[in-house]
Design a protein around this ligand. Structure first.
Ligand SMILES: [Zn+2]
Length: 277
């Protein structure tokens, strides 16, 4: 059976491959390894993204070499980075850096090393209107590239309401990207299409969220958002959570085999246009 974690971070400086092995041992089969900033590869200008993305791509290779897992990669400039870049470089140069980071991610997607832009979006905490506008422009820029590459976008934003989903669906429409290629990472359990405007919610593998999500159907993804950061232990779910919880929910009848197949096999295949083993 396929078991897919849609949002996981692994760091060579911490558990890295060992965390992936825990995922595999618990029954995991595939993951979306998602880029996020590394302390050892700080981004102070656009040129720094090559090294930072390189760490994520190297980690993907290391996990493939050490396990039987399918490792898919998402690359993109983390939204909060824009705030730091803006303080040091100024608004225009910061925007340009973010766009160049999207361009570099696009190259990796085009050449088959990554399947999606992510995580990109806007800060999850309140920021000024000018920053929101700039972040939205960067998302739109990535959506247009996703459309032409036939890839997907993984969004990091504030906790979404139906209005948030509608806002991003309108942006996708502007980029002529179908909403089913836009994933809302760390989503609220809004699984009914009328609530999420056809975007794909990716939901933390917690029982109360899954139970809520399943009421609207099995058109969603599961994630841990494991951050593999020794400074923030317990900030998120552990790397084995998705396979462990999936098995537990199947056993107690919270989840049917058919729903599990949708969440772990069909939705990842359709969203990222990938093939699961
Ligand atoms: Zn994340």
């Amino acid at each position: 059976m396929a078991v897919f974690d849609n949002h996981i971070h692994l760091r060579a400086s911490f558990k890295g491959v060992e965390a992936a092995k825990l995922f595999e041992r618990a029954g995991g089969t595939a993951m979306l390894l998602t880029h996020s900033p590394y302390a050892e590869a700080p981004v102070t200008r656009a040129d720094d993204y090559a090294k930072a993305y390189g760490l994520t791509l190297e980690m993907a290779q290391a996990v493939r070499a050490a396990t039987h897992l399918q490792v898919f990669v998402a690359l993109g400039p983390y939204p909060v980075e824009f705030i730091h870049l803006r303080e040091t470089l100024g608004h225009e140069s910061a925007m340009e850096s973010m766009e160049r980071a999207i361009d570099l991610a696009a190259t990796h997607i085009r050449e088959g090393r990554a399947v999606a832009f992510g995580e990109i979006g806007r800060p999850h905490f309140p920021v000024g209107a000018e920053i929101i506008r700039a972040c939205n422009d960067i998302v739109l820029y990535a959506m247009a590239q996703a459309k032409s590459l036939g890839s997907a976008v993984v969004l990091h934003t504030e906790d979404p309401t139906p209005a948030t989903f509608a806002e991003f669906a309108a942006m996708a429409a502007q980029a002529r990207l179908e909403p089913r290629y836009v994933v809302k990472h760390h989503s609220t359990p809004l699984t009914r299409p009328e609530d999420n405007s056809g975007l794909v919610p990716s939901i933390l593998a917690k029982e109360e969220l899954a139970a809520q999500a399943l009421k609207g159907g099995a058109r969603f993804l599961l994630e841990t958002d494991y951050i593999d950061d020794p400074d923030r232990p317990g900030a998120v779910l552990g790397p084995a959570t998705v396979p462990k919880k999936t098995r537990a929910w199947l056993e107690k009848g919270l989840l049917t085999e058919e729903q599990a197949w949708s969440i772990h096999h069909d939705m990842p295949e359709r969203t990222y246009r990938i093939e699961m083993d």
